[in-house]
Design a protein around this ligand. Structure first.
Ligand code: GTP
Ligand code: MG
Length: 326
């Protein structure tokens, strides 16, 4: 009994010595119907919810983990009455923002002046609070059909908007992304890049993945978490990059659908491995066995030979565990 008690104390004091990483606040803001909640749901692959979306009421918060760090995601409903209340109480809504994502519906041209004006208001709040988080402007609803059919028109709108935004505020760190929920990769790569910037170990992860790819003779490797966020990758060339980034969200979705499927009792399956053969190569999708984590990580790789040596794979998973959680 006594032994157990001591163990518990040691456990507690160990916990105390290593406090969890502080929370990072990431703020989604912009006008109503810009697509903020849809972007968040698309990353969670909650597609059925997107179709039924109602305007967000006030500030909705969600906490999720990215590489062991807690991220507090604030989705600020953009209807005018809410916007007024946020601006009246900036300390409550804007303070502590580490990353701001400002979403603009690029298809709704009549509302662009209103979107620019609220952008200025948001920047003004940061200034008042004496914080200077990077602002990522998403030119959203930049749908694939639009890119195909009205490329020139939207390119010039984009250039014009960037120029106007730049001139409207005196603010250093503003970056731009074109996004659409119909091009999931646009959202995944934007959000992954943004969040990886917060993470000092990103480079080490990248190196580890490079080495693993070489060892197992793979043309490309992507490691993804359960929020569809890419935590590291290696691509041999641009073509591999395009092939892997376009297919990543579909492997995740397919994997989701299998999780709800009843498996025949007694049949053992190999850790959810999926192999798709195309273009004379193999896309291999597999769960990564990272110890002691609540949410799963996955790996998608492109290889000529579909076999992977189990030891290489396990040793990669072990190194990743060391980097991520030690
Ligand atoms: N065409 C297109 N429509 C989109 C896209 N993203 C979202 N939408 C649609 O835009 C509408 C508004 O999306 P929401 O995500 O509710 O917008 P919001 O910014 O959260 O709005 P508030 O909660 O009121 O602030 C929905 O009907 C979505 O289906 C996109 O990339 N392309
Ligand atoms: Mg919303």
């Amino acid at each position: 009994m006594q032994g157990e008690f001591i163990l518990e104390i040691q456990y507690l004091s160990k916990e105390k010595k290593e406090p969890p990483e502080p929370q990072s606040k990431i703020l989604f803001t912009g006008l109503d119907a810009a697509g903020k909640t849809s972007i968040i749901l698309a990353l969670q692959r909650e597609f059925s919810k997107i179709a039924l979306l109602k305007p967000t009421r006030g500030a909705q918060r969600r906490i999720f983990e990215f590489l062991g760090r807690e991220i507090a995601e604030w989705d600020l409903g953009g209807q005018i009455s809410y916007r007024i209340s946020y601006l009246k109480n900036p300390g409550k809504y804007f303070d502590g923002t580490e990353i701001a994502i400002y979403v603009i519906d690029i298809q709704n041209k009549p509302r662009i002046p209103e979107a620019m004006s609220y952008f200025k208001d948001v920047v003004e709040q940061f200034r008042k609070l004496e914080i200077e988080p990077p602002i990522y402007v998403f030119f959203h609803k930049y749908d694939p059909a639009l890119r195909r059919n009205a490329m020139n028109e939207f390119k010039s709108l984009e250039i014009d908007l960037k120029e106007k935004l730049r001139r409207s505020v005196d603010y250093k760190r503003i970056y731009y992304y074109n996004t659409s929920i119909y091009d999931l990769n646009s959202i995944i790569s934007a959000m992954s890049e943004i969040l990886l910037n917060l993470y000092p170990k990103a480079e080490l992860i990248s190196k580890t993945i490079d080495e693993f790819a070489k060892k197992v003779d793979s043309e490309g490797v992507v490691v993804i978490d359960d929020n569809s966020l890419i935590i590291g990758y290696f691509y041999k060339d641009e073509e591999t990059k395009n092939l892997l980034s376009a297919s990543t969200p579909y492997f995740l979705t397919l994997n989701d659908s299998f999780q709800f499927t009843q498996v025949i009792p007694g049949r053992i399956e190999e850790e959810g491995k999926m192999i798709v053969q195309r273009f004379g190569r193999n896309f291999i999708f597999k769960k990564l066995n990272i110890r002691d984590v609540k949410t799963p990580y996955y790996i998608l790789m492109l290889k000529g030979d579909p076999a992977i040596n189990k030891e290489d794979f396990d040793s990669f998973a072990n190194i990743m565990t060391e980097i991520l959680f030690k």
